[in-house]
Design a binder for this molecule. Structure first.
Ligand code: SF4
Length: 213
């Protein structure tokens, strides 16, 4: 309650109005913003949608695919610092758009992963994730989406993440449930091929290397 500033992300940002949407099921963003003077939003550039009307489609897809709700419990629409009528909230607001490798992903053969809305549906159906859990993916992103996104965004600093695309049976369940139809099994195969072309081998590949023709 004594904090001066809060840092959040944003689930979506409208290019039309600059309005941010933040969703949580616990109310943590609303709670975090209430007592502070400054709100800083760090937003990946892929979170930008064309208009406010697009929020309706994406919020419905997100709630339905994440937890089976029509709308996530706390859905905040934020267009700036608090108004004079509001009893609490930040007086200053800063939005920082992050590229951090995303335009490289856009240029790559795996650009479809930038459509991801982080619903987590692919994790819930993934037989590997359900056994291994999130920590096994060694990155903020776990499951099928993490197996694609982590090597792409963090692979230059953590080359060992190149083995994540192998953590899949390619059963296709992730693609089947994905609300934005990302062809995750195809992307995993493309990343396996990329690791092979670039000769980035995981430790697990070494014992088998002698058996190669
Ligand atoms: S890849 Fe698809 S199913 Fe997985 S988190 Fe992203 S949008 Fe959801």
């Amino acid at each position: 309650m004594d904090a001066q500033a809060v840092i959040t992300g944003a689930n979506f940002v409208s290019a039309e109005t600059g309005r941010l949407v933040l969703v949580t099921n616990e109310g943590n963003t609303r709670f975090g913003m209430a007592p502070v003077d400054v709100h800083i939003a760090l937003v990946g550039i892929e979170k930008i949608v064309p208009t406010d009307r697009d929020f309706g489609v994406f919020l419905n897809l997100l709630g339905r695919s994440a937890t089976g709700q029509q709308l996530t419990v706390y859905t905040e629409f934020i267009k700036g610092p608090k108004s004079p009528e509001q009893p609490s909230g930040p007086n200053n607001m800063h939005v920082v758009f992050m590229n951090n490798g995303r335009t490289d992903v856009l240029e790559s053969k795996c650009r479809e992963i930038l459509r991801c809305i982080r619903c987590g549906a692919c994790q819930n159906v993934c037989p590997v994730y359900r056994q291994a859990s999130g920590h096994a993916y060694r990155s903020p992103y776990g499951g099928p989406v993490g197996a694609v996104l982590s090597p792409l965004l963090f692979g230059d600093r953590f080359p060992e993440l190149a083995d994540l695309p192998k953590a899949s049976s390619l059963c296709g369940a992730c693609n089947e449930v994905c609300p934005v139809d990302i062809p995750i099994p195809d992307l995993l195969l493309r990343l396996r091929d990329k690791a092979k072309q670039e000769k980035v081998y995981s430790p697990g590949a070494v014992p088998m290397s002698g058996a190669r023709p």
